[in-house]
Design a protein. Structure first.
Length: 331
């Protein structure tokens, strides 16, 4: 505030102040002084508690103003994470997530695509996903880690493994792969790896010692690795082959699909056991009725699925029989 503005707040007199009454210059008596001092003391005596009280109130209010308050982060309360094993898988799953979200109220699903299959399994073990789609062997393991099986993909006849080879690899029969490099996702719990290897073993190829395994992070990587010549052959799930070739037909200029294994039970739908029962019922209804609507069928087509049906732990017990046979001969 400037000097001028400060002065304007006070009376301004252009002439000297002259009192209208005569002012006595006689000093007050000692009795009068004593009475005035007494009044002043009483005033402060009674006023002090009020002043202190007001000060205390002001102090408390200032604490309320400046003291930060924290509440739980609610930004993710209405979000479910749908775990996916690879970024390429998320491309085909995006229409499914969009369909589910368009029919859910008060909650939305987000995809969580992992950089590799090992990263996906690590997050699954740590209960990071609210729901996911996974092979039966690992679904049975996940039920011991806070998940339950509530459904599965219908198309069991499509759940097989395939073996592909470069056109220049000279692989006319299974035993021609002896001494060759084969790209695969290394695992004893992934049917997409186990089914083709078991097929090769049953048809005369020593997969334990007769081939060089080129380890990759995903089924799509197995296709690419073989395409660029870092392996002569590769193996993956039939679905992964079909989807990738559909989006990248140029792959067929160098690769041939050679053999296909016998099918097993298709992937399981997993959900967290802690999920609200009403929400779980809502999701179950949406998954199992998708094939009955046009937009649902379009979402399923991207995944190469015809639909979902109910399933539980018992549905996947035959997978354990296959694993026992596999583990007995392939190390």
């Amino acid at each position: 505030m400037t000097k001028r503005s400060r002065e304007s707040n006070f009376p301004y007199f252009s002439e000297p102040f002259v009192p209208s009454e005569k002012v006595s210059l006689t000093p007050p008596s000692s009795t009068a002084v004593s009475m005035k001092v007494s009044k002043i003391i009483r005033f402060f005596f009674y006023s002090l508690p009020i002043a202190l009280s007001l000060f205390a109130c002001n102090d408390k209010s200032s604490e309320k103003i400046y003291q930060p308050t924290f509440s739980p982060d609610s930004t993710e309360k209405n979000t479910l994470l749908f775990g996916l094993p690879s970024f390429s898988y998320s491309e085909t799953a995006a229409p499914l997530i969009k369909y589910l979200n368009s029919h859910l109220s008060g909650i939305q699903i987000k995809m969580k695509a992992c950089a590799s299959y090992s990263d996906y399994l690590d997050q699954l073990d740590r209960n990071q996903f609210d729901l996911t789609l996974i092979n039966g062997l690992q679904a049975l393991d996940a039920v011991t880690k806070g998940y339950s099986i509530f459904g599965k993909v219908i198309d069991d006849d499509q759940y097989s493994g395939v073996i592909f080879a470069r056109k220049d690899a000279g692989a006319e029969k299974v035993t021609d792969l002896k001494g060759k490099r084969v790209a695969l996702v290394p695992s004893h719990t992934i049917p997409g790896t186990m089914m083709p290897l078991y097929y090769l073993f049953q048809n005369g190829l020593d997969v334990n010692h007769g081939i060089t395994m080129v380890n990759v992070s995903s089924f799509e990587s197995a296709i690419i690795t073989t395409y660029v010549g870092k392996s002569e052959a590769g193996i993956c799930l039939k679905r992964s082959w079909n989807v990738y070739i559909k989006n990248h037909p140029e792959i067929l200029s160098r690769l041939d699909l050679k053999w296909e294994s016998a099918p097993l039970i298709n992937n399981a739908l997993l959900v967290k056991t802690t999920m609200d029962s009403a929400l779980r019922s809502q999701l179950t209804e949406l998954f199992f009725s998708m094939q009955n609507s046009e937009d649902g069928r379009k979402a399923l087509d991207h995944l190469e699925f015809s639909g979902f049906v109910k399933a539980n732990n018992d549905t996947y017990k035959p997978m354990m029989d296959f694993k026992r046979k596999y583990d007995a001969v392939i190390h």
